[in-house]
Design a protein around this ligand. Structure first.
Ligand code: ATP
Length: 895
């Protein structure tokens, strides 16, 4: 489009648009946001709205589409979901007062990580923007939730100049909706990881200068109005500050308004928390289930009985970062204990907290200039609940309820009481959502406003009264005050009385029977009445802004209180959930883990038609550090494994646990290798994922870790798998200079149970079942000792595999068990030789003589093949089930 052809409006549009090339520009025109050119083509397709054009009849029509400004939120949400950014361009002067084209400016840019609108956010989740930077041998990371002001940073040493895995894992845990990466790394393979793992999350490439030090640091200092960042404990962490400073630059660039609600930068010391990588979070179904990524069947849904949105978010953060400091864990447990014992206080607290709105997001919205009168009312309602809440808290004894960790507690309390009073005095209880039409401010707050309200309410009455007063004063009986569009209000006298009109009456019109006059007072009043509504709305808006300023000044106090109330909410929620589900207080110990009658917190709630069978587990550093757990499919091996991991996690979060007694040692990492979660979409095979996870465990587990291994080696040939499983079990036992690591190892490789005799701290357990005819009954209890049966075929039958196939599998299994050589197919009776008799038993048509001769032949064959192939480790040496001596013998070779 050439500039000669452009209208002034289009010129204005293009000059604004050029600063926001990667955003869809919402250009405000009256009651609509219009989009033009490529933006219109793109947005109309996503939003499914009509694409029209400006200058239709000209050679070069401009594609356009529009949406009503009142409905903008839902359209913005749809564009964001589709990976777009939206720049909102408003009219920044009154169109009526504007000379020529109305001035317009972009007032904010909405990106996936920069959402403030409540309707676009999940109340119980933080919405993070995360940035990464590499500087001077360190990788820094910072993440911000602009909707709550939570701002965190951390850093680690780089590995071969790259972002280390621990930081990338952390990024996965944070799960941001938008990444901010340095532009100069656009082609750096180190960042492929992010591109691969977060294909649907927006990546914004930011110019290098935003990450540069010392500018990044200075930006932060300026924002927090501090002299250094020492108070935040991160003044020396250059890479962390580079990442955080870049976030701040992006905030300034996109928000274009105050961000006072970002009151601190928290340094996240990864070493202070129990580490659980993203895969383990998935494996243990803490936040998302494995089946479809939804919330059902997750730990968080069982534990989350919080009553505020802030509490729900904090609970997730606590679960994401369980503590490692024993005193801090005990502090939380004390508080939960206290609230369990004081049921009536707890109930009263939870009922008060229910009336507390989302202070973090309210505070943020108001501070960024988006607050509505209703937000103020919500803030007031919440603040007015504080005295009741603190009265209850004072009746509890645990230190965490005392709010002692609220810095300058007295100032905060005073600030918030003042604020509640100001809002209460100023804002009407029935204030509207919007600020444009008045009806916000209470009578009596401002005499000027009262007069305006009085005028707009009683304007007509004033005129009527004025007419009566004038009539009385002048004694002119025909005097009337009337109104028309031409003159506004005027006084009308009959022709006969018109000559007696007082001198200050100004003649305006002569009619056949009457004369019309105005007076200065009447005109003054008229303009007051006619403008009253408009003036009232504008004065109310000014007062509303004044109240807003008061609130903004106290943002820090609001945020501190929000955080405190969220903590109280989570602690009382833990108490409520623990009582509801009969959890017990775990004893935090030094080394040995002991859980008596433990239950899986989720499975116990979800199983139907069966009672949950509790199980006890002990892991110690003397004689049972690595438990080999065998048992049939479906017996409950995975459930026991996960329940132990979840109990450790719950205990270190500060929650009670589902057991009759629990001693939990402070654990530094929980590693899990559970099931087969394919990462095919990311180009990794099931086996590759399994081995990567196993390698991660072997390389990083410490004596304080807990390792959960569920059937490793399953994704490859049985012989390879068994060998790997065996070697991994040995390695974990001998890890850390022989100290070993607490491990629960569930397996179908029964050969592994031999390790109990070979390694001092290995102990066999199995999940008991009862055989009954050809069926099994699951007893679900974990008992000492090994089992050597898988009952896979019985389970297949339970799962609905057709009888014919089940019977055939049984026949094959028996043959293999007797002959011992899987690959020698000549041992397997031909399928056509099988038939199913009326009672469902499979029989071979071959007579017993031929069967036994074939058996003896194959067994001698098997023996010779076993001998000849041992050294070459051929797969044909595979033995399954009871017949495992050969494999065990081979394993013995390693000792
Ligand atoms: N202690 C228990 N009490 C009652 N039901 C249980 C218990 N443990 C497990 N279950 C039930 O058994 C089902 C199967 O358990 P799980 O997946 O742990 O078995 P598994 O032994 O790991 O099976 P596989 O070897 O096939 O993976 C669970 O989904 C649950 O419904």
């Amino acid at each position: 489009m050439t500039s000669q052809k452009n209208t002034p409006m289009m010129e204005q549009y293009l000059s604004i648009k050029k600063n926001y090339p990667d955003a869809v520009l919402f250009y405000r025109m009256g009651d609509f946001y219009e989009m033009f050119l490529e933006d219109a083509v793109k947005a109309s397709a996503i939003l499914e709205i009509a694409l029209t054009s400006r200058n239709k009849n000209q050679e070069d029509p401009v594609p356009m589409c529009g949406i009503p400004f009142r409905a903008a939120d839902s359209y913005i949400a749809k564009l964001i979901e589709n990976g777009c950014k939206v720049a909102i361009c408003e009219q920044v002067e009154d169109p009526a007062a504007a000379k020529g084209l109305v001035r317009r400016e972009v007032t904010r840019v909405v990106t996936p990580g920069m959402i403030l609108n409540e309707s676009l956010l999940d109340r119980s989740s933080n919405n993070y923007l995360l940035s990464l930077s590499i500087l001077e041998g360190y990788a820094g990371m910072a993440w911000l939730d602009i909707s709550t002001g939570l701002f965190i940073t951390t850093q680690s040493s780089t590995v071969n100049g790259k972002v280390p895995d621990e930081l990338l894992d952390e990024a996965m845990r944070v799960a941001p909706s938008e990444f901010l990466l340095p532009d100069h790394f656009r082609n750096d393979p180190a960042f492929n990881y992010i591109r691969k793992r977060f294909p649907s999350n927006g990546i914004t490439w930011l110019e290098r200068r935003n990450f540069r030090m010392p500018d990044a640091r200075n930006r932060l200092i300026e924002h927090f109005s501090t002299r250094s960042l020492k108070g935040f404990g991160c003044d020396h962490l250059t890479a962390a500050l580079s990442a955080a400073g870049a976030i701040m630059a992006y905030v300034h660039e996109t928000q274009l308004q105050d961000t006072n609600h970002i009151t601190s930068l928290d340094y996240h010391d990864m070493k202070s928390y129990l580490v659980m990588d993203e895969r383990s979070c998935r494996n243990l179904e803490i936040f998302k289930n494995i089946e479809n990524g939804g919330k059902s069947g997750t730990l968080v849904t069982i534990l989350d009985n919080t009553v505020t949105a802030m509490g729900a978010r904090l609970l997730k953060n606590w679960l994401r970062y369980p503590l490692k400091d024993r005193d801090s864990i005990e502090n939380r447990l004390d508080a939960v204990d206290d609230a369990i014992n004081q049921k009536s206080i707890r109930n009263s607290l939870r009922s008060s907290l229910k009336s507390v709105y989302d202070l973090e997001r309210l505070g943020s919205r108001i501070s960024m200039g988006h607050g509505t009168p209703r937000d103020m009312l919500a803030l007031k309602t919440s603040l007015l609940k504080l005295p009741e809440i603190f009265k209850d808290l004072n009746r509890l004894s645990a230190p965490l309820y005392k709010g002692e960790f609220i810095e300058n507690k007295e100032d905060v309390a005073r600030d918030l009481t003042q604020l509640a009073t100001i809002i209460d005095r100023a804002v009407r209880d029935d204030a509207p959502l919007a600020t444009g039409e008045g009806g916000i401010i209470k009578d009596g707050y401002s005499s000027e406003l009262d007069e305006l309200i009085e005028l707009s309410r009683n304007g007509k009455k004033w005129i009527l009264d004025k007419g009566i007063q004038e009539k009385e004063k002048t004694g002119l009986s025909s005097l009337k005050i009337k109104y028309n569009k031409v003159f506004g209000y005027f006084i009308e006298l009959s022709r006969t009385q018109a000559s007696s009109a007082p001198e200050h009456y100004i003649r305006k019109q002569t009619l056949v029977n009457a004369e019309r006059f105005i007076t200065e007072e009447l005109k003054e009043m008229e303009s007051k009445i006619l403008n009253a509504q408009e003036k009232r709305a504008s004065l109310e808006y000014d007062i509303f802004c004044d109240v807003k300023k008061e609130i903004v000044q106290k943002t820090e106090s609001i945020m501190k209180m929000a955080n405190f109330l969220a903590t109280v909410d989570v602690l009382t929620c833990f108490a409520h959930t623990s009582e509801l589900n009969s959890y017990v207080r775990p004893k935090i110990v030094d080394s040995n883990l002991f859980i008596k009658d433990g239950r899986h917190p989720v499975v116990e709630k979800l199983i139907e038609g069966e009672r949950y069978v509790p199980n006890s587990v002990e892991l110690n550093d003397e004689d049972q550090q690595l438990l080999i757990i065998t048992g049939p499919n479906m017996a409950g091996k995975s459930t026991v494994l996960r329940q132990v991991a979840l109990q450790v996690l719950m205990a270190q979060t500060g929650c009670f646990v589902p057991a009759s007694k629990a001693e939990i040692p402070v654990t530094d990492r929980i590693f899990t290798r559970v099931g087969a979660l394919d990462n095919l979409a990311q180009g990794q095979s099931t086996f590759m994922v399994e081995m990567e996870e196993t390698a991660n465990i072997i390389n990083n587990a410490t004596p304080q870790s807990l390792v959960i291994l569920d059937e490793i080696g399953r994704g490859t040939s049985t012989f390879d798998g068994l060998s790997i499983a065996w070697a991994v079990a040995e390695h974990l036992h001998d890890l850390n200079g022989g100290e070993g690591v607490k491990t629960l190892f569930a397996t179908h490789y029964h050969e592994l149970t031999r390790l109990e005799h070979l390694k001092p701290r290995v102990k066999n357990y199995n999940i008991a079942v009862k055989e009954f005819d050809d069926n099994i009954i699951f007893l679900r209890s974990l008992v000492p000792g090994a089992t050597n049966k898988s009952y896979g075929i019985q389970v297949a039958k339970l799962a609905g595999i057709p009888d014919k196939v089940v019977l055939r599998a049984g026949e094959i299994l028996r043959t293999i068990e007797h002959q011992g050589d899987l690959l020698d197919s000549s041992n397997i009776v031909e399928e056509k030789d099988l038939h199913i008799d009326v009672v469902g038993k499979a029989k071979s048509k071959s007579n017993s003589k031929s069967k036994s001769s074939s058996k003896s032949q194959s067994s001698s064959k098997s023996e010779s093949s076993s001998k000849s192939k041992t050294s070459s480790k051929s797969k044909s040496n595979l033995k399954l089930g009871k017949n495992d001596e050969a494999v065990s013998e081979q394993m013995d070779l390693f000792y």
